[in-house]
Ligand binder design. Structure first.
Ligand SMILES: *Cc1c(COP(=O)(O)O)cnc(C)c1O
Length: 354
């Protein structure tokens, strides 16, 4: 089955094979080396010299970990759709003081919006989705970065559906925590998540009393220092084998610049097709995502029937997310997908429409 859904994505055979290797103890030198190799590669992917934390959880775990570990007064969550709203809900569920600032679905979050919000209260934590998977909108982090620079605020960014497909210079932008999951642009099976953790975030976390346990980012960080790249609990070792192979491939074989350009090229093909046949959901095309396209279902086609049709060809796309179901559908062009894959999919959708 070829998956054109925004996670899980297809995983290369070589990577799947790596998961069949015999297990090792998680307190061995080999386990330290394994995690260190993954972390080093992920530093390149994140564009960061900061320590990379590995979590045996999906990305949501690190969304929880970041907000819980790094706010002691009040957090501001900026949302442009479902995943931003989720971050707010996570904060509230942890008993934290969190304000939600929302833009209409299809819009991006601009720096003025953030600036106005930050005047309303004293926030010590700001959470922003980079690429909103439900709407296909990708924020420009540069302007927001200028605004937050030098402020006493820990800045966390959800890059779950962009890291590995879109270049993000974490350190240059001054992002304190950039988090992602394995099953989207990284092209790995689901089950692990990674994030950066800046000096500022570390200092902040030291002053937060109740950071929880499993997703306490400071304890993840300390274990890495004390035990030379080991994990506090038993990590998903099999998936780490896969992550080592895949991140080596991304950084040293395909090369990150080539990888990012491939995502851009695929996005252009899908966007042009969508504009010809339907319309883009994103309001301003400059903010259209390079990893997933949300298509406005202007022809009112039956998305369920389309997916059934595609299923016979071993392909699958995504219906709209939440309220956007049937009103939109989504085509992911992330991870290790090729131009041929995308062209084959669009050809089949064309056949369905005819
Ligand atoms: C998929 C997704 C998540 C949730 O990640 P999980 O790994 O499923 O927990 C969060 N944010 C965005 C933008 C996503 O696309």
């Amino acid at each position: 089955m070829k998956l054109f859904i925004p996670g899980p994505t297809n995983v290369r055979q070589e990577v799947l094979q790596a998961m069949t290797k015999s297990l090792i103890g998680h307190r061995t030198k080999s386990a330290s080396e394994l995690q260190k190799n993954i972390s080093m590669n992920m530093q390149d992917v994140f564009g960061s010299k900061e320590m990379v934390l590995c979590s045996t959880s999906s990305g949501t775990g690190l969304m929880e970990g970041s907000i819980r570990s790094c706010t002691s007064s009040k957090a501001a969550v900026f949302s442009m759709g479902s995943f931003g709203n989720k971050w707010h809900k996570i904060g509230i569920s942890n008993g934290l003081h969190v304000d939600l600032y929302k833009v209409k679905e299809g819009k991006h979050i601009d720096a003025n919006f953030v600036e106005d919000a930050l005047k309303k209260d004293h926030y010590d934590f700001v959470a922003i989705t980079h690429n909103e998977t439900s709407t296909g909108v990708c924020n420009d982090l540069t302007e927001i970065s200028e605004l937050l620079r030098g402020k006493d605020i820990v800045w966390a960014v959800d890059g779950v559906s962009s890291v590995g497909g879109v270049k993000i210079d974490t350190d240059e932008l001054g992002i304190d925590i950039l988090l992602t999951s394995t099953q989207k642009c990284l092209g790995l099976p689901p089950g692990m998540a990674f994030c950066t953790f800046s000096e500022k975030a570390i200092e902040k976390a030291k002053n937060v009393k109740l950071r929880g346990m499993y997703f306490d980012l400071l304890s993840l960080y300390k274990k890495i220092l004390e035990k030379d790249y080991q994990y506090p609990n038993t990590p998903n070792i099999s998936l780490m084998y896969a992550a080592e192979v895949q991140t080596n491939y991304m950084v040293h074989e395909e090369g990150l610049a080539t990888r990012y350009q491939r995502h851009k090229d695929l996005a252009n093909i899908v966007r042009n097709w969508a504009k010809e046949n339907f319309a883009l959901f994103v309001e301003e095309e400059a903010f259209a995502s390079d990893t997933v396209t949300c298509v406005k279902n202007t022809r009112n086609i039956d998305i369920g029937a389309l997916n059934k049709f595609l299923g016979k060809k071993d392909m699958m796309i995504s219906n709209g997310y939440g309220d956007l179901k049937n009103e939109t559908f989504r085509i992911a062009h992330m991870a290790d997908m090729t131009k041929e894959d995308i062209e084959e999919l669009l050809y089949e959708i064309d056949q369905f429409i005819k």
